[in-house]
Design a binder for this molecule. Structure first.
Ligand code: UDP
Length: 139
């Protein structure tokens, strides 16, 4: 399994607010190579499956509704220490707690609508990348 890759989504709020270009620039300026990239939209079922780990959480319904509400950008990214460094680059889940200069601090609107997703482990990066991209799309 590749340990130098992570998976991200630019969430519907950031796409709607016109931040795709700026967020991709922050990602590439941080040293990430874009391995796979697409503009797509999750169905309700897709969002339920993607976030199945949170199915019992109180915010699950809201999260699924939000994540299926409009287009997202999905991407696989490559860099040494990709997963951990990307979590640092995006900042805390709640933008009010995110460090200055992080993507969520700059572009997130709220705890739920927080601009970007970043995988939390190498195993999940592989699973989430495969959720969105065929092998032939993973360069
Ligand atoms: N989320 C939410 N309310 C919460 C916690 C999380 O709406 O109290 C949403 C938020 O969009 C977050 C996603 O659920 O990004 C997944 O939550 P997780 O705890 O995995 O945070 P992340 O890994 O995205 O920082």
């Amino acid at each position: 399994m590749a340990t130098n890759r992570t998976f991200t989504m630019i969430k519907p709020d950031a796409v709607k607010n016109g931040h795709i270009g700026n967020i991709l620039a922050m990602i590439t300026n941080a040293g990430y190579q874009i391995v796979s990239l697409k503009l797509t939209q999750l169905s309700v079922k897709d969002a339920e499956n993607f976030y199945a780990i949170h199915a019992e959480r109180s915010f699950f319904g809201e999260l699924v509704e939000f994540m299926s509400s409009g287009p997202i950008v999905a991407a696989i990214l490559e860099k040494e220490n990709a997963v951990d460094d990307f979590r640092t680059l995006i900042g805390a889940t709640n933008p009010n707690e995110a460090a200055d200069g992080t993507i969520r601090k700059m572009y997130a609107t709220s705890l739920g609508e927080n601009a970007v997703h970043g995988s939390d482990s190498d195993a999940n990066a592989a699973i989430e990348g495969a959720f969105h991209f065929a092998i032939r799309e993973q360069f």
